[in-house]
Design a protein around this ligand. Structure first.
Ligand SMILES: [Fe+2]
Length: 251
């Protein structure tokens, strides 16, 4: 296994027949019932404190984010030293998660609940990357949650959790069966627009490609925004990296 590989595709009778799961807000909502409501509200409000993504090639910043990574020890998260996030052969240093988010009960509850619902084996999947991302749109500038188009992230599993969407239209999430490339007919396996806070998709990044359509302000709104929590799961022995994958961009 390459040190930059997320690992071979799991095989055997325990592989989920579906390479993804999509569930409503009740699942993670139940996981958060043990957390004081004030902490949940503060966690959601932390998306108001994300700095612009300086790696985005755009005239006006429309993406804001923080990042952190953790080792999962049973029911405990160990925060790892802040480091660049590698994807598609490029390292990008994002602003770190704040201490209250990284060490809080909300993130721990969400990560553990997501890890219990992976669409495949979780053995050895002991590390995760956590992204807080806000994408905004104005009448002049649409927001691009996935500017690279149809792609893999280069992990074992990726959880996409809607935190909040406000005055937005668009941002349809799509999962594609890998084929010979999108232009050669990769199939859309699933399409949905995450609408309810805590509605979630978890995908097996080795078995599907994904993208998200651009977003625009809702009719009558000057500005819209979409807040997401993304959690990448991968084995510590094969650090997260997109190096082994080539992004496939819609043409
Ligand atoms: Fe992605």
């Amino acid at each position: 296994m390459s040190p930059s590989s997320p690992g071979p595709l799991p095989s055997g009778p325990f592989v989920s027949p579906s390479p993804f799961v999509h569930f409503g807000p009740g699942t993670l909502g139940a996981a958060l019932r043990v957390v004081p409501a004030g902490e949940v509200a503060a966690f959601r409000a932390s998306w108001d404190d994300l700095p612009p993504d300086t790696h985005l090639d755009a005239d006006r910043p429309y993406r804001f984010r923080r990042y952190g990574s953790f080792r999962v020890h049973g029911r405990r998260l160990e925060r790892l030293p802040h480091a660049a996030f590698f994807q598609h052969g490029t390292g990008r240093l994002f602003a770190p998660l704040t201490g209250s988010v990284a060490e809080g009960a909300v993130l721990r509850a969400l990560v553990l609940a997501l890890r219990e619902r992976l669409p495949g084996p979780g053995e050895g999947i002991d590390t995760c990357g956590v992204h807080q991302i806000r994408v905004t749109a104005t009448a002049d500038t649409e927001g691009h949650p996935a500017p690279e188009g149809v792609h893999r992230d280069g992990h074992a599993y990726v959880a996409q959790v809607l935190i909040h969407r406000q005055d937005v239209r668009g941002a349809e999430s799509r999962l594609h069966a890998p084929g010979d490339g999108v232009a050669d007919g990769a199939r859309v396996l699933h399409r949905t627009t995450l609408s309810a806070p805590l509605e979630t998709i978890i995908l097996d990044d080795r078995r599907v490609l994904h993208d998200v359509s651009p977003l625009r302000p809702a009719p009558g709104a000057a500005r819209g925004s979409r807040d997401m929590l993304l959690v990448d799961f991968f084995p510590a022995a094969g650090p997260h990296s997109g190096d082994s994958f080539t992004p496939i961009t819609r043409t």
